[in-house]
Design a protein around this ligand. Structure first.
Ligand SMILES: NC(=O)c1ccc[n+]([C@@H]2O[C@H](COP(=O)([O-])OP(=O)(O)OC[C@H]3O[C@@H](n4cnc5c(N)ncnc54)[C@H](OP(=O)(O)O)[C@@H]3O)[C@@H](O)[C@H]2O)c1
Length: 281
């Protein structure tokens, strides 16, 4: 599994991680076994959030990673309404308890809200000082949000920006991804498989993917992930609660697409003109 430096962190993180949104609705045992298999396969960046299943997903992740904590790069997110100074400290404590751990590797502001960023970031720094989080970042920040966040936090502090990014939604490539690269901020693509809306075989786009996939002996989803993670500083966090699916996705971790395959994918899934508002889910 290919790993690369994660923003300013002194740690390499695998390009493919594992999302957990809506896992509370999956078969619990299957979800837990899948998370453990993901870790074995090197998908150790596990992404969750306090709002997923109103805490139920953090509890599930906590159960899954018990005994594997040292291997995991554990990320959770705070709801922006909670992100006052005191609220951030409290939310983090609650997440740690549900996740059965004493530290998060990464703590993110889930999206820009109305609480002052200065307060949220001051709390993040306090949590860092106490060793309760090892790094922090943001999510769903557009270019203006991110530039303001950098102004407040300073350079080399914000670990990542986690944003919507998949074959049908490449808007971030226009400006946001280059801005992340320029500032040494990891670019983490969420919903990289289109949140379940993935091109099917029989459609021309689905067949383009399938053709490249069969040349490498992998699946179309693995090809999509490898394409999305093709730039340095980029990571993807697909979600699955099935062992067979995670085994397919893991193949993306060391799949190297040729220049001509990338050009073919560029033509099949072209970058649309820039949108006026950053897309998010
Ligand atoms: N920061 C944010 O605001 C934000 C927003 C959305 C998502 N996220 C994060 O990003 C993660 C990923 O995004 P997502 O959950 O929206 O969707 P996604 O990863 O784009 O797609 C997940 C869907 O693909 C299916 N799938 C996965 N592997 C498959 C395979 N090999 N074959 C067939 N189907 C497969 C999954 O079903 P199975 O489970 O049945 O495999 C699920 O229905 C989330 O879980 C979450 O951690 C963050």
């Amino acid at each position: 599994m290919d790993a690369r430096p994660f923003g300013p962190l002194d740690r390499r993180v695998p390009v493919v991680g594992l999302g957990t949104w809506k896992m509370e609705s999956d078969d619990r045992e299957s979800a837990i076994v899948t998370i453990r298999r993901a870790i074995e396969l090197g998908l150790v960046h596990i992404d969750t959030a306090e709002i997923y299943g109103k805490g139920a997903v953090e509890e599930l992740v906590g159960e899954a990673i018990a005994g594997y904590r040292g291997d995991v790069f554990l990320a959770s997110k705070i709801h922006p309404e909670h992100a006052t100074y005191a609220g951030t400290l409290l939310s983090c404590e609650k997440s740690l308890r549900r996740l059965r751990t004493d530290r998060l590797d990464l703590y993110l502001l889930h999206w820009p809200g109305t609480q002052p960023l200065e307060e949220t970031f001051r709390a993040f720094e306090e949590l860092k000082k106490e060793g309760k989080i090892l790094a922090w970042g943001v999510s769903n920040f557009d270019v203006a949000d991110l530039e303001r966040a950098i102004e407040i936090a300073g350079e080399g502090v914000i670990a990542c920006n986690q944003v919507l990014y998949n074959l049908g939604e490449r808007d971030a490539e226009h400006v946001l991804q280059p801005v992340c690269e320029r500032h040494g901020i990891a670019f983490v693509g969420y919903s990289p498989l289109g949140s379940g809306q993935f091109p099917t075989r029989g459609s021309w786009r689905g067949d383009v993917l399938a053709g490249i996939a069969s040349a490498h002996g992998v699946t179309s989803r693995a090809v999509a992930l490898a394409f999305l993670a093709r730039r340095p500083g980029a990571f993807v966090i697909p979600k699955t609660a099935r062992v067979d699916h995670v085994e397919e996705l893991a193949r993306a971790g060391d799949l190297v697409l040729t220049r001509s395959e990338i050009d073919t994918l560029e033509a099949a899934f072209p970058l649309e003109p820039p949108k006026s508002k950053m897309p998010s889910l």
